[in-house]
Design a protein around this ligand. Structure first.
Ligand code: SF4
Length: 373
């Protein structure tokens, strides 16, 4: 199992970096974990333009002029956990709803008609309302209509991920929220999510189940973003060694206004977020980098081609929100309200091709066979 170094140790590691360390890191073809600590440090801030240029060059070499697009589909806002920062937290008074399978299918088809071929199925953690049986049935209904189905749901056991993989789910996103154990305990007030280690081990269970892609990340605004970046990179490095056939992606969710009025404990500016994205791109040339509609149009347009490889578009974070735009019960308010066509146009204007699927279905045959071998 992956173990996270002491968070204070990570912070010290970063803070000790000198300007020479930063310049050396920028000169290297392959940035190691020590170089990454320098690139995440305050000393690197004045080198942001050089980091952006390098990140852009690597991203273009590895991914070309292509940006993938996807949309989240919120299935349920019920949750048994109390996470201080989340609109779905069990303690918040919001209208609660779990879509029936037919309603979920209708919402999915609205996204399909809008042009999406990759959707991310999202729930709170309420296994009785939206458990594995429910997700499996929905995936079976949708698998032939979409190029890719991802999930962002409660952490599951390996055997449960295997069931969902066979039903057509190909990717799992599960964010540690914060790698700082003390802050983790402070913001997770009740429910199974209080178990830091079980959550930390979840990406490995999903990868062991044969999922094609695993998404990891930290919720930015809870703890020191620089140390979060280093912990994320160590986690990614460990996962890559254990699961060399799996693709990995990193998301950068920054805290957004939500029910409960939680205020960030450690605010992260757009400049900080840019440094984090560039540093991680220099560290891992192949990792997918996601920038969701949590961020505003201006920032997302500015980041096109500089590191991120996948954007969400036209997102609604309340179950049923695609068929009923005024529905209440959202997880958080989004920062970029553009639809798929508008985000696509912004990409095209910068010379990028919007791509609506992230892989060819034929690969799934390979993965299924390898799972049973
Ligand atoms: S972050 Fe997830 S587990 Fe926590 S309250 Fe929100 S939906 Fe539930």
């Amino acid at each position: 199992m992956f173990t996270v170094p002491d968070f204070a140790h990570l912070q010290q590691w970063i803070i000790r970096s000198t300007e020479d360390d930063v310049r050396r890191a920028l000169d290297r073809e392959h940035v190691d974990i020590h170089d990454l600590a320098a690139l995440l440090s305050p000393r690197a801030e004045k080198y942001l333009p050089q980091m952006a240029a390098r990140s852009s060059r690597i991203t273009l070499q590895r991914f070309g002029h292509v940006t993938q697009l996807y949309a989240p589909l919120y299935l349920s806002n019920l949750c048994v956990n109390r996470c201080a920062y989340c609109g779905f937290s069990a303690g918040n008074r919001i209208p609660r709803r779990t879509l029936t399978l037919n309603e979920a299918e209708q919402e999915a088809m609205i996204l399909h008609e809008r042009g999406f071929q990759h959707i991310l199925l999202v729930t709170g953690e309420a296994p009785k309302a939206a458990g594995v049986d429910y997700l499996e049935e929905l995936a079976l209904r949708l698998r032939d209509r979409f190029a890719a189905l991802s999930i962002e749901v409660q952490p599951l056991e390996q055997a449960e991920y295997e069931r969902l993989f066979r039903a057509g789910v190909t990717a799992v996103a599960v964010y540690q929220e914060t790698y700082d154990r003390a802050i983790y305990q402070q913001v997770h007030l009740a429910g199974r999510k209080c178990d830091y280690d079980y959550r930390l081990d979840t990406p490995a269970r999903a990868a062991a189940a044969g999922m094609r892609e695993i998404g990891i990340g930290s919720l930015l605004g809870l703890a020191d973003w620089r140390a979060e970046g280093l912990a994320l990179a160590l986690h990614l490095q460990w996962l890559r060694k254990q699961f060399w056939r799996t693709s990995f992606a990193i998301s950068f969710p920054r805290l957004r206004p939500a029910a409960g009025e939680f205020q960030p404990l450690a605010p992260v500016s757009e400049k900080n977020l840019s440094q984090l994205i560039f540093a991680l791109r220099l560290f891992d040339h192949n990792v997918g980098l996601l920038l969701s509609t949590r961020e505003e149009e201006r920032f997302r347009n500015g980041m096109i081609g500089l590191g991120p490889t996948r954007y969400s578009a036209g997102s609604c974070t309340a179950p049923g929100g695609y068929s009923q735009p005024d529905i209440e019960g959202e997880q958080f308010s989004v920062g970029d309200h553009r639809n798929l066509a508008e985000v696509s146009d912004a990409l095209i204007a910068k010379g990028f091709d919007p791509v609506y699927k992230d892989w060819d279905k034929e690969f799934q045959v390979f993965n299924l066979e390898s799972l049973s071998s």
